[in-house]
Design a protein around this ligand. Sequence first.
Ligand code: GLY
Length: 397
Amino acid sequence: MITCKEMLTPEDQVWAEGVLKKFIAKMPEVVKRNEGKMPYTTDENGRYDDRSDLTKFPKYCDGKSWWTNGFWGGLLWQMYVVTKDPLYLNAARRLEEDMDDCFREYYGLHHDVGFMWMPTAVNDYKITGNEDSLRRAHIAANFLAGRFNPVGKFIRAWNSYWGDHNQGWAIIDCMFNISLLHYAAKEMGDPRYQEIAMMHADTVIRNFIRENGSSNHIVEFDPATGEKLKELGGQGYGVGTSWTRGQAWALYGFLISYINTGAERYLETSCKVADYFAGCMKDKDYVPIDFDQPAEPAYEDSCGGVIAACGFLELAKVMKEQGKEEKSQQYLAMGLKILKNIDADRTIWDQSCDAVVQNCSASYHDAKHHFTMVYADYFFLEAICKLNDTGIFTWEA
Ligand code: GLY
């Protein structure tokens, strides 16, 4: 089994070790300062918010069931594997237990349960064997399987509290959520979960991935007949454009499907998206929100960058294992380019900001751009762990 670390030059190994040391130096104070919180973003003073605060976020879908809440747990588990410091285990466990309220409330839950419970409960079970964590993973997987539309063969995105207009919506992001179904299939020995995950992924290949390797964010199907109705712009610049984080979800998500199933079509799709992404990045030293956005304002999304970088690093390994040396080098170089640009100009390593990665943007047409997002820190750390041959592969069944 090839590791990312052994593919690096000695200079790149030193750089990657240096970044990991910066995480190790920064995180203990951040974790202590934010005890009991479910962080998403930092305020003007650089301090994390708290999505578990029901006085500020009384609606569960924005609060305790906010889709990014599991990433803080994922970051804590990565740090625990790296350092073995119980500070991280205790904080991760507390968050995971606090998230049980989401199951009790139920109505705030959505398609992103994979993002919520893979980095938390599944990592906990993989690392410690905690049986309570396994039960949480089962509950979440069954919930996700229940969102499958068997006629259209897709997992429904979002809920009716935004109106009934979205019963037929599917989104590229779910290429990550289905890793929970692969995990459930393996853990329970029940192929139904894997079948649902693969049917969804095949629908995405047919209906989301364009000829040039770019991906739609949202596709609307008729929920009763399964007929494809239209493509929607979602969080990118517009209809038909390439929201970079969506490209990253596709690039890395299809690779995870390949890793979890061995089906070559998922690897081919991941490479197709990766080649498109790399082509768009040729003359850029930052990742925009959308590859088709106007040149000015030069809005960035470092978060899409770090997710894509994780995918490029894993793809480099797979290509090397298959003897495709040149492709492996290209993907490795692209992953490193993105990560180094972020490390150099888009990080804060002192305690003035709780988050590390800067210049993230949730959506092109939001009023606010260039802020911090906890999942950018998670994926940046995941990438740096890969380069140091440490951490845990959260998305592997
Ligand atoms: N899953 C939604 C996003 O990437 O913003």
